[in-house]
Write a protein that binds this ligand. Structure first.
Ligand SMILES: Cc1cc2nc3c(=O)[nH]c(=O)nc-3n(C[C@H](O)[C@H](O)[C@H](O)COP(=O)(O)O)c2cc1C
Length: 310
């Protein structure tokens, strides 16, 4: 029996498999490279990058929640100059698809990053217009169609790499945002970023996180993410990358059936550093057991109920 084809092509970039490390949960891969070869992954969405380095928010900036976590890391990163000099050379040796996740306070920040990254060996750019845990930093762009379209239009002019726009679940209608960025030249959309949440320490009466609120991720958000991916995939022609609580291979299959051509995995990696490898193998086995030849046989193949609410 020949092995099924689990490769996927997104905007002309070939990924060996559909499992991508989600931004912020994998840093620049150095720690994980000690555990497995990074080329085992379809790709890596690198930690969110800004023009200047950022220290992020003060601690405490993570908290556990039932089936998930809250974070208010606040886009801590060393800035583009440091990245290009010290991290990209290591990453280039890893033979996996590299996605630069970029963030900024202004459209001009995003354009500056896209322009500089266009001259590097990065394979794709992911525009983070959805980070909920910094005061400025893009979330506002992601909840309003006009702003999302505006930032995508400008970045598109400066970006020579395939452009993924990462969408926010805080938008009133995420599918409208997806269509707006598609119309401005986005090559793909990825969704969802975290949902804004909060915990309070009942002894001190203080919020658990230094930022008061933070982004909720992990298995708890999976059904919401899946619903949004399904709705979005039916409304756009560009590829959809699904994420949000994908923890097991079965979740990834659900995302693919809902219409995602690939998945990103974040929080699950904190609990099990090999989660992505297991998910990749599980996808392959599912295809074998069901006699499917490739991912195309399952992507978007959910059979909705005709009288459903959506
Ligand atoms: C600690 C942490 C840091 C994150 N940092 C970023 C980031 O820099 N840029 C970004 O676009 N998303 C960031 N995210 C969001 C994830 O990429 C992902 O969209 C979200 O966590 C949902 O996926 P998951 O449930 O598999 O973690 C971060 C998430 C976590 C938990």
């Amino acid at each position: 029996m020949t092995k099924p084809d689990i490769s996927v092509n997104i905007a002309g970039v070939k990924l060996n498999n559909p499992v991508i490390a989600a931004s912020g949960s994998f840093g620049y891969g150095r720690e994980y490279a000690k555990l497995f070869e990074l080329k085992e992954l379809g790709g890596i969405s690198l930690k969110g990058m800004t023009l200047e380095g950022r220290n992020g928010n003060p601690p405490p900036r993570v908290a556990e929640t039932p089936s998930g976590m809250l974070n208010c890391v606040g886009l801590q990163n060393p800035g583009i100059d440091y990245f290009l000099e010290n991290e990209l050379p290591f990453l280039k040796k890893q033979e996996t698809v590299l996605i630069s996740n970029i963030a900024g306070n202004t459209i001009s920040d995003y354009c500056g990053l896209a322009e500089r990254l266009s001259e590097t060996d990065i394979d794709m750019i992911e525009l983070n217009i959805s980070c909920p845990n910094v005061k400025k930093g893009g979330a506002a762009f992601g909840t309003d169609c006009e702003s999302a379209a505006g930032v995508t239009r400008e970045v598109r002019r400066h970006c020579k790499k395939p452009l993924i726009v990462k969408l926010s679940p805080a938008a009133a209608d995420i599918t409208a945002i997806a269509q707006a960025v598609e119309a401005e030249g986005a090559d793909a959309v990825s969704l969802i970023n975290t949902l804004l949440g909060m915990r309070i320490d009942i002894k001190s009466r203080r919020p658990v996180l230094s930022n008061n609120a933070g982004g909720l991720s992990g298995a708890a958000i999976f059904p919401v993410a899946l619903r949004m991916v399904w709705q979005t995939a039916r409304r756009v022609k560009i590829p959809v990358i699904g994420m949000g609580g994908v923890t097991k291979w079965q979740d990834a299959i659900e995302m693919l059936l809902a219409g995602a051509c690939a998945v990103q995995v974040g929080t699950a990696t904190f609990g099990d550093p090999y989660a992505m490898i297991k998910i990749r193998d599980g996808i392959e086995n599912y295809l074998i057991e069901n006699n499917y030849e490739s991912l195309c046989d399952i992507v978007g193949k959910v059979i909705p109920n005709p009288n459903g609410i959506l």
